[in-house]
Design a protein around this ligand. Structure first.
Ligand SMILES: CC(C)(COP(=O)(O)OP(=O)(O)OC[C@H]1O[C@@H](n2cnc3c(N)ncnc32)[C@H](O)[C@@H]1OP(=O)(O)O)[C@@H](O)C(=O)NCCC(=O)NCCS
Length: 264
């Protein structure tokens, strides 16, 4: 029995990254450093999935702080993966997902594993990130993958990219629309607004009870320490705002070690 697991959610299957890398090296000439897999898993934890053979005695739980023997009995066998991301700086300005790599071990092909991996990743792109579409590249000679993308999953060829691969082969740049999979976030917003209104209502009832001489909620004690105290007047000027770099600008480039001695 083969299970499809999210690579990095809770509980995390991030310890399977080396086996995923092995699966990639075995099946494809396009290979990546381990930290690139880790970067995907940490940055877009919902989008990458791994196919594993279900262990006979179930999955072993790693206790925090326990030392792993690293033996084969500890990890389920990886037979496929999809490594996916959101395009960080889309040239067309449209938020979309991208399939970085997909492969299934020969022993487990034609069982529908690649299709399931792809569909799960595409759904996550649409639901978690509102991706408009998903893109990928495939070698023009890769008949199996072309069938999978075009005939099974409904991708269309966007353009041919000449000599895209290191050995000079052309690539089909393909894409598939995902907007029909979007969740209606307005409903969520409405739910959140209703919950917030209810909470405001509860709060004002509690305040009213308090001013009427009623007991305060037993959990609400006196403030402890300075953190969280409301500042007024001069205290506000003492506060310093610090700008912190977040989000898209923090791309792969910022994760690469630089030789700072050279800049001096
Ligand atoms: C391409 C690959 C990922 C397909 O994996 P898979 O798990 O065997 O694919 P699935 O069983 O989910 O097949 C789904 C569909 O893909 C197509 N397909 C898969 N293998 C095929 C093959 N050898 N020939 C023709 N079509 C094929 C079929 O349309 C199939 O649907 P069907 O079984 O109903 O006919 C796998 O062959 C592989 O790992 N290849 C090497 C790595 C690779 O090329 N990765 C893609 C890089 S872009």
């Amino acid at each position: 029995m083969v299970d499809i697991l999210p690579l990095s959610s809770f509980p995390s299957y991030i310890h399977l990254l080396p086996a995923i890398q092995t699966c990639n090296i075995t099946n494809l000439p396009e290979n990546y450093f381990l930290k690139y897999y880790l970067y995907h898993a940490l940055t877009w934890p919902q989008l990458s999935f791994v196919a594993v053979v279900r262990p006979k005695n179930g999955y072993r739980q790693h206790k925090p702080g326990s030392v792993s023997s690293g033996g084969p009995e500890e990890y389920p066998k990886v037979v496929g993966y999809v490594l996916a991301k959101m395009e960080e700086e889309p040239a067309d300005g449209i938020p979309h997902g991208h399939i970085t790599s997909l492969s299934v071990m020969r022993t487990h092909r034609r069982l529908g594993i690649a299709e399931r991996l792809m569909r799960m990743s595409q759904r996550a792109m649409a639901e978690s990130h509102r991706a408009h579409y998903v893109s990928l590249h495939v070698r023009v000679s890769n008949t199996a993958a072309l069938h999978l993308y075009r005939d099974t999953l409904g991708f269309q060829v966007d353009k041919v990219e000449s000599k895209y691969y290191a050995d000079g082969e052309d690539a089909y740049a393909m894409r598939c629309d995902l907007k029909h999979m979007w969740l209606n976030w307005d409903d969520d917003d409405d739910d959140t607004a209703t919950a917030a209104k209810k909470e405001d209502g509860d709060k004002s009832t509690r305040q009213q009870e308090k001013s009427d001489g009623g007991d305060e909620h037993p959990d609400e004690g006196d403030p402890v320490g300075d953190l969280g105290k409301k500042d007024d007047g001069d205290d506000k000027e003492k506060q310093k705002k610090i700008k912190v770099k977040i989000g898209r600008p923090l791309g792969v480039g910022d994760l690469v070690e630089k030789n700072e001695a050279a800049a001096r």
